[in-house]
Design a protein around this ligand. Sequence first.
Ligand code: ATP
Ligand code: MG
Length: 777
Amino acid sequence: KKNSLEQYINELNEAQKAPVLHKEGPLMVIAGAGSGKTRVLTYRIAYLMSLGVDSFNILSLTFTNKAAREMKHRIAQIVGASEAKNLWMGTFHSVFAKLLRFESDKLGYPSNFTIYDTQDSQRLIASIIKEMGLDKDVYKYKQVQNRISSYKNNLITVKAYYNNPELVEADAMAKRPRIGEIYEKYVDRCFKAGAMDFDDLLLRTNELLNRFPEVLAKYQDRFRYILVDEYQDTNHSQYLIVKALADRFQNICVVGDDAQSIYSFRGANISNILNFQKDYKGAAMYRLEQNYRSTRNIVEAANSVIANNKNQLEKNVWTQNDPGGAIKIHRSITDAEEGRFVASTIFEEQMQHQLMNRDFAVLYRTNSQSRAIEDALRKRDIPYFIYGGLSFYQRKEIKDVLGYLRLILNPKDEEALKRVINYPARGIGNTTVDKLVVAANHYGRSIFEVMENIARIDLKINSGTRRKLEDFVTMIKSFQIMNEEMDAFALAEHVTKKTGLLLEFKKDGTPEGITRMQNIEELLNGIQDFVEGQKEVADSRGSLDEFMEDVALLTDQDNATGDEDRVALMTIHLAKGLEFPHVFIVGMEEDLFPSAMSMNTRSELEEERRLFYVALTRAEKQAYLTYTVSRYRWGKLVDAEPSRFLEEIDDKYIENLTPAANYKFKPLLSGDIFGEVDKSRLRQQKPTNTTPPSHKRPNEGTMRKLRKLKPALGTPIGNKAAPDPNLAVGAQVEHGRFGKGEVLKIEGVGNDKKAEIKFQNGQVKKLLLRFAKLEVL
Ligand code: ATP
Ligand code: MG
């Protein structure tokens, strides 16, 4: 094993070895994108274990659960799978949810507390606003939820809120003086429902560690080595947890890049990095400067962009990689055309270089931009996956099933109960539910407890409805009894039948109903898979609580099914830490990127620029930046101007795919953009009719230029000799990259002639014969 460790250590450069081999005490690695920070963290864990540090004593915090899985996998390769299993590794939320399950009784929570997702929180806040009779246009539930969330992440409890005149006044000034009351009610209702929202997972952990010194001591002793990736994006609440846990042994290792701090809008605090050496006396500082991910062009272009930020730590990122191709900039007339450019470029590149779909990613600033890209990819039959789209677990029918499952584990769960009490319809109307809510608030109990005692409380509910309520309680209790014995799959299957959910969708018969039924089946398949996996682990029977824990903490990035071969579509925020050979960054336009909402202060603009830096540094081999001169936004076609970020890239790294067009950002403003600037111009939108005005319609000249562009992309590298005449359906062929296979179908003529081939590895591919280097066997 020792040999193999040495071998792994040799996969590091000298600068990387230093932090990996650092023995005791605090250390921080500050380094640019792609310089191996995550690799250092991973190898350091393996190294510590090789020194004899018990894997149970290591805690490692990552930005996504996917990253944690990958790290664990790598560590398992070095130190062996059985040891790697014991590591506590995951996102802040998943790790501390797990910890809270052990300790929640101290805070007055059941160990099977429910985790409310953002949607649950918003629904609860909306209903509180309604119950209080407030104007929902003044008290917008999403905004209110946002505020409460930011209080929590700054450890401002309800009491602290009221004790802080500045906050109270700010809300009053914003004409929302009753936010404090909503906050108080919300906290109270969550508590009574036995539920924690995402922010509570951090807030309550802080509370636990502050109020119970013996608990703190226990976990300080347990987590003797703490490692944090993407430290630049930790918020105050996360920072305090880490600080408390690391306080005794000070074996804390954080890695990050101030230039990639992109979550300040959610409370991430860059000063956590800047203050590290003050917080941890004698902390060692390491820098990594060699980028291994990207071509030299990409690395240097990204440097030239980030140099425009005033606020940053000095860094010099360089690479020994090949210069690679220039960054390609493409201008189009509409967003639909932009989509077509992306799809056709992917298609051409795949054909010419035999690339997989997963070699490509399309990144955008806002979720809504994905639609035009999706349309174009679908037209070309290019499979794609949207990260962070409406995740499977957020679909209505899935949430309905999960609602029942949540109630089984925690009948106090108010949001789950309200969701399913009358779904499928069983004659328990809104009026009845409202009465139950009032009674629950009055007695300080959960709705379910009120229902259990319905016979003894006079709620003016008629006896028919009362019986229905009692039947519901009995049904849930019968599920609870089954849960003691059954695994999650058997139970969930029973629940979907017994509650009438499946029947509901079967009856429906519409295509939507059928899709919903299939989704439920898919959910059951997923549970089955999970149960089988769990049963391989000792002392687990794959019970419902294990499954639900897994589901509640899926992050946006995690809903990818893994190694399917698809083009990845996602917002730049979600792309942090990832890498792809070919990256498109679309919508490079003023008001979109940088976003119109983030141009009011220098610090907002600098965060947008860091976001662009993150986007550009995801690319390994080739980056494309695209923009259009008009785009549908809010249902209207509006003029768009090229993003100032395009201008900021040094010309020598750029190839303009639209040479005739002048993409250059014409500064609206001279001097410091935040000087005497008419800011309204920055946000200027010129809505026009749905048909572009004549001067915006591509004129003949433009069309000619566009047409000229096409060959540049479409010209085959070699209009190769006619394909082998023996290439026919049924022929056995061999391909340089995909291996051996059999021809299933041949279609098209001339340059468009394609063969559909089933390869021995199971993949079926359509290859354009003029590019595919196929050998007939
Ligand atoms: P980011 O800032 O985007 O999170 P990072 O600093 O965490 O990037 P890694 O993801 O760890 O960088 O590394 C970037 C890529 O370079 C990875 O593919 C990694 O495997 C590779 N890499 C890192 N160090 C080396 C090395 N010494 N030799 C070869 N490849 C390396
Ligand atoms: Mg990383």
